[in-house]
Design a protein around this ligand. Structure first.
Ligand SMILES: Cc1cc2nc3c(=O)[nH]c(=O)nc-3n(C[C@H](O)[C@H](O)[C@H](O)COP(=O)(O)OP(=O)(O)OC[C@H]3O[C@@H](n4cnc5c(N)ncnc54)[C@H](O)[C@@H]3O)c2cc1C
Length: 218
């Protein structure tokens, strides 16, 4: 905060270079998923930064920079979620054709077929939302905050449901680290949390809907 009295308008972004006095790294976090990506605590203790490190060169723009960044990065997290979900679906479909129970492959059971079909529908629906917001971004649209939040919200919820169902289709093997779906389920969880939780995406979608409705009434 560069001006606490101004709330979000008193927030500024700074680039703090590695090696800056007072800036150090803390412990490496021991995470549930995305373990190939390292996440480390950042410690700022009496850390002074130069004025030229102020992002954008103007004070009080930090919140606007952060929100603008999130609007662009959320479709990326949505695409990550889609990749995890699509991968889990591929694995579940292949396993269901190969695994035999009661003398037949489990893919011949309608209960399993319906799970697979639901997973496929949700993966495709998530893909459509992500491509729609990507087209918006590519076309140079200025405001795609709602579409970005929708894609991130839906794709991450789908990733969690689809990976959980993939583990179910694998049965006991799904719970084992030897098979890939256990990792996919753990990796999916973060997409509902970072770049704003699912609850925050819903808040943003609703806020935008209400604002748009009010603007139409004017
Ligand atoms: C592995 C990992 C990597 C990360 N990487 C980055 C990164 O690179 N950059 C970065 O800036 N951040 C990063 N984060 C932080 C991440 O974005 C936050 O953890 C996330 O936004 C949630 O914030 P919080 O942890 O403070 O949860 P809280 O805000 O404390 O939320 C706790 C719970 O309360 C709910 N909640 C909070 N406020 C509301 C509300 N207004 N309405 C309804 N429900 C609400 C949340 O949905 C959640 O369920 C990372 C986090 C993790 C775990």
């Amino acid at each position: 905060m560069t001006n606490k009295a101004k709330g979000t308008r008193g927030c500024s972004c700074f680039i703090v270079e590695k090696g800056t006095k007072g800036f150090s790294f803390g412990k490496k976090e021991n995470k549930m998923g995305i373990r190939a990506s390292s996440t480390t605590e950042l410690i700022f203790q009496d850390c002074e930064v130069q004025e030229e490190n102020l992002l954008g060169g103007r004070e009080g723009m930090g919140f606007i920079h952060a929100v603008g960044t999130l609007n662009h990065s959320r479709p990326g997290v949505a695409a990550q979620a889609l990749g995890i979900a699509a991968g889990a679906l591929d694995e579940a479909l292949a396993y269901s054709r190969q695994r035999k129970q009661f003398g037949v492959s489990i893919s011949s059971f309608q209960a399993v077929q319906h799970m697979l079909a639901n997973m496929a529908v949700e993966v495709e629906a998530a893909r459509c939302l992500i491509y729609a917001v990507a087209r918006n971004v590519d076309s140079g649209a200025e405001d795609f905050a709602k579409e970005s939040a929708m894609a991130k919200y839906y794709a991450s919820e789908v990733a969690m449901r689809v990976t959980t169902n993939a583990v179910q289709i694998f049965g006991g093997y799904g719970y084992m680290k030897e098979y890939p779906v256990e990792k996919m389920m753990r990796d999916a969880k973060i997409t509902q949390i970072y770049e704003g939780t699912s609850q925050i995406q819903l808040n943003e979608i609703a806020a935008k809907m209400i604002k748009e409705a009010a603007a139409k009434k004017k």
